[in-house]
Ligand binder design. Structure first.
Ligand code: SF4
Ligand code: SF4
Length: 441
């Protein structure tokens, strides 16, 4: 049988998914955590604690100032030591609340964390109870987009959602954290999907999983049997199938127009990790204070948000490619190799949208050659753009021309870069073009 996938463009890079997905290792809670106040799309959360306060694990420590923002909670118990900027994985200073635990705090937290969970009965919750609980728990899209989840579940007046699509594709090479969640916690993920479905007030939910994850497909298909209206759709493995527009087209055949949102075709898209976080928030009363991340070739870890990334595993190499490309052949990337960003500060804190680390060949080793007009980038583009031309406009500083040919539709998937035989940094210049277009406003 021919498997469904999206129609235009796409590539199939080597999957290299060597981090085992049949097991999630629980990393010990850290003795200190730097919790960023902005780890989501939207406004920075406002601290509601002060230096010197004692906080408990799971306590809200920063409040979203509006709808497009997210609450932030303490991932460990301890004392607030500072509220000040810290360097992210990319080295950007970002305001954070630093919590430091005592040995007693730490022992009590570990004991509570390891106790067998007792889920609440969620059967009688109204849609608004569900979306309010998701807002309160600070849940955002955990596939990387970090858009506040409850906002997505609540379409604007005049729009009606018909289908909830759950992204279980994990089409990025090397990452296996979503597959690990589906294999190790299928019932909890499915319960979370059911809560998201009820919160969005839709009858039907479909989980899209690529055919390179047979164990996840089997686990989720078995779990879905208990939920009428929820089904698994197996998709042909193709990158970037996890892009919202690509996934909607693959599953429903509907096309989201340029500049439009998924709700314009009646769809809402969420990620499997977001579904799991929703289950934890509502059934277990645990806000978003930890998540599962992949450490390339090493494993999948349940980690506290705010802990130092370098502390997840002793086997993580130090990134040196950015600072000295002639010495390092390996670049450490936050996320997958296609869409991830180079890490310059491996001590940067884990955030809600952090899916893991990939270790890849340093692209700075490859000298770009002139464009040979082969159009491979055009064939690869899932948004039917002309990447080489947008890139040229970006390089030459022509934002209006770049905008006119759809630069803002670029989803920054990197398929053009991957397919270019001249190793041109197409996406870097497209990002530049997009920045200059936004500056026009
Ligand atoms: S132009 Fe943008 S959407 Fe198209 S392949 Fe390149 S990065 Fe992806
Ligand atoms: S793939 Fe590279 S060489 Fe070919 S047209 Fe695009 S930019 Fe030029």
């Amino acid at each position: 049988m021919k498997l469904k996938t999206f129609k235009i463009g796409g590539v199939h890079p080597p999957e290299l998914k060597t981090a085992p997905s049949d097991r999630i290792i629980t990393a010990p809670l850290p003795m200190e955590a730097s919790v960023l106040l902005r780890q989501h799309i939207g406004a920075e959360a406002k601290p509601i604690v002060k230096v010197g306060d004692q906080v408990s694990r799971g306590q809200k420590i920063a409040q979203a100032p509006g709808a497009i923002s997210a609450n932030v909670h303490a991932p460990i118990s301890g004392k607030v030591k500072s509220i000040a900027p810290v360097a992210t994985l990319q080295g950007r200073p970002t305001n954070a609340i630093l919590i430091v635990a005592t040995a007693d705090d730490h022992d009590a937290d570990e004991k509570a964390r390891n106790a067998a969970p007792v889920p609440k009965d969620c059967n009688n919750l109204a849609p608004k109870d569900i979306t309010d609980a998701i807002t309160e728990a600070g849940i955002v899209g955990m596939g990387g987009a970090t858009f506040p989840t409850a906002v997505k579940l609540t379409p604007p007046p005049g729009s009606k959602a018909e289908i909830l699509i759950i992204n279980g594709c994990e089409c990025e090479p090397r990452l296996t954290c979503d597959a690990a969640l589906m294999r190790c916690h299928p019932d909890e993920v499915m319960a979370g999907i059911d809560l998201l479905r009820r919160g969005a007030q839709v009858d039907r939910a479909v989980i899209g999983i690529e055919d390179n994850k047979p164990n996840a497909i089997a686990a989720m298909t078995a779990a879905a049997k208990r939920y009428p209206g929820i089904s698994v759709q197996v998709l042909r493995t193709k990158y970037p199938q996890g892009g919202e527009k690509q996934l909607i087209q693959a599953i429903t055949g509907r096309e989201v127009a340029s500049g439009a949102l998924p709700i314009s075709v009646g769809a809402i898209v969420q990620n499997v990790a977001t579904a799991y976080a929703t289950y934890q928030a509502i059934a277990l009363s645990q806000p978003l204070i930890e998540r599962v991340v992949t450490i390339d070739a090493i494993g999948n870890f349940l980690v506290a948000i705010g802990m130092k990334t370098s502390a997840i595993s002793a086997d993580i190499p130090q990134p040196t490619a950015e600072t000295n490309p002639t010495v390092a052949a390996i670049d450490v990337v936050a996320g997958g190799p296609m869409m991830g960003q180079s890490v310059v500060n491996i001590d940067g804190p884990v955030t809600k949208g952090f899916s893991g680390l990939s270790f890849v060949n340093n692209p700075l080793q490859f000298e770009p050659a002139p464009c040979i007009r082969c159009a491979e980038c055009v064939r690869a583009c899932p948004m039917a753009l002309e990447p080489y031309l947008i890139s040229t406009y970006g390089r030459k500083g022509c934002p209006e021309e770049a905008k006119a040919i759809g630069a803002l539709d670029c989803i920054e998937c990197g398929s053009c870069n991957y397919s270019c035989p001249s190793a041109r940094p197409i996406l870097d210049y497209i990002r530049l073009a997009k920045m200059r277009i936004r500056a026009l406003k």
